[in-house]
Ligand binder design. Structure first.
Ligand code: FAS
Ligand code: PHB
Length: 392
């Protein structure tokens, strides 16, 4: 089989890239190791930056998003019960959209089925070959047969545990990583959200987040030690711990019920440099990971493939490699800006026992500065809704 671009991974990065390339008339094949149902079963991100909504709209996968997505013009911070609203619209005239990653992925999958774009699901033993040449190949096994795809470029959209980054010789990569000593225990419940907007809560017992998927389905998280096991958390234990970390009036208003999904996500900050290796381009979680505190992982993935699709379109349309040559530097500039913000939100809102009483006083001082300064709130609003550097 031959194609112009072989995309490894049918998560949001791979599927968005496939759609962008289709729109540009560039042929691409997506190779995914799991089934489509398995990909859809993973409960992940919930917030889209305005720029992500605009990109998804530009490729015609926004019908359901516009019908079911919920515009949020702010978020609430809660610090040991003190509440502070960050008014995105009032501070910087921007907003975000609450629309689950599962739904974004479903919309992208449906669009690809409609156009007949080739996606190989349940591909086994995927290998990327000769990507340090101009004639890269992808090899995989399916139903006992071995297949090979000859292509011009490989897009590694296969996430943190994928084969793409791990196929690059260690000496060619510089890794920057911070693993946090805690994770997020998340619960999905068929109950109306406790508040109209998200609530990010700092409490001496640990971080908590009140989010949602719709007006009838909510998503909640509590910070747990990295060693915790989800089977040790009954629903009742989870609800009691969540209530304990929230402002009393909010806790009182909480509508609980049986969890329809419950899982623990580890938290890390991670960047691989560079993200281009001749014909191989990394994008999304294959290139970087952020703690979900800033609601950035999915948005970074969409940003990355927008950049890559522009570079590939320029290459095929104008035979120019300028965009491809600039890809790594541009992607990493956005990545580090977003890593910083996600790290800062994580530092502000989680408990870090090792930083002791002094660390907790600094966190309180950070919160009090947000309360006292419109400039501090404007900075948070600018980054949360998606910072885009000024032109020039
Ligand atoms: P993905 O990991 O989504 O997709 C990669 C795809 O590649 C997967 O379908 C995988 O099966 C496939 N793949 C892997 N290895 C392969 C191989 N060898 N061959 C072929 N295919 C292969 N972000 C937020 O903004 N908010 C959140 O709350 C949030 N929660 C998260 C919870 C968890 C448990 C995780 C792991 C991530 C979370 N994220 C969150 C981040 C998440 O949303 C990612 O940023 C987003 O999925 C990135 O999309 P992709 O880069 O497409 O990677
Ligand atoms: C979610 O709804 O899953 C969500 C929202 C905001 C975050 C992280 C997760 O920062």
């Amino acid at each position: 089989m031959r194609t112009q671009v072989a995309i490894i991974g049918a998560g949001p990065a791979g599927l968005t890239l496939g759609r962008l390339l289709e729109k540009a008339g560039i042929d691409a094949v997506i190779v995914e190791r799991k089934s489509a149902d398995y990909v859809l079963s993973r409960i992940r991100a919930g917030v889209l930056e305005q720029a992500s909504v605009e990109l998804l709209s530009s490729i015609g996968v926004d019908t359901r998003m516009n019908a079911e997505g919920i515009i949020h013009e702010g978020v609430e911070l809660s610090f040991d019960g003190d509440m502070l609203r960050i008014d995105f619209e009032g501070l910087i005239g921007r907003h975000v959209m609450v629309y689950g990653q599962t739904e974004v992925t479903r919309d992208l999958m449906d669009a690809r089925i409609q156009t007949g774009g080739k996606t190989v699901y349940e591909a086994e033993d995927v290998e990327i070959l000769d990507f340090d040449t101009a004639t890269p190949r992808v090899r995989y096994r399916k139903d006992g047969e071995t297949y090979e795809i000859a292509c011009d470029f490989i897009a590694g959209c296969d996430g943190f545990h994928g084969v793409s980054r791990q196929s690059v010789p260690e000496a060619a990569l510089k890794i920057y990583e911070r693993v946090y000593p805690f994770g997020w225990l998340g619960v999905l419940v068929e109950q109306p959200p406790v508040a109209e907007e998200l609530i990010y809560a700092h409490h001496h017992r640990g971080f908590a987040l009140c989010s949602m998927r719709s007006h009838t389905r909510s998503r909640y998280y509590v910070q747990v030690d990295a060693a915790e096991k989800v089977e040790d958390w009954s629903d009742d234990t989870f609800w009691d711990e969540l209530r304990a970390r929230l402002n009393p009036e909010v806790a009182e208003a909480l509508k609980t019920g049986p969890s329809i999904e419950k899982s623990i996500a580890p938290l890390r900050s991670f960047v691989a440099e560079p993200v281009r290796f001749n014909s191989l381009f990394l994008a999304g979680d294959a290139a970087h990971i952020v703690p979900p505190t800033g609601a950035k992982g999915l948005n970074m993935a969409i940003h990355d493939v927008g950049l890559l699709a522009s570079a590939l379109t320029e290459y095929y349309a104008e035979k120019s490699e300028a965009g491809l040559d600039a890809y790594s530097e541009k992607l990493l500039a956005n990545t580090w800006r977003t890593e910083r913000f996600s790290w800062w939100m994580t530092q502000l809102l989680h408990t870090f026992p090792e930083t002791g009483p002094f660390g907790r006083k600094i966190q309180r001082a950070d919160f009090d500065y947000l309360k006292a300064s419109i400039h501090a709130r404007r900075t948070l609003a600018e980054n949360y809704t998606g910072f885009r550097p000024e032109a020039g």
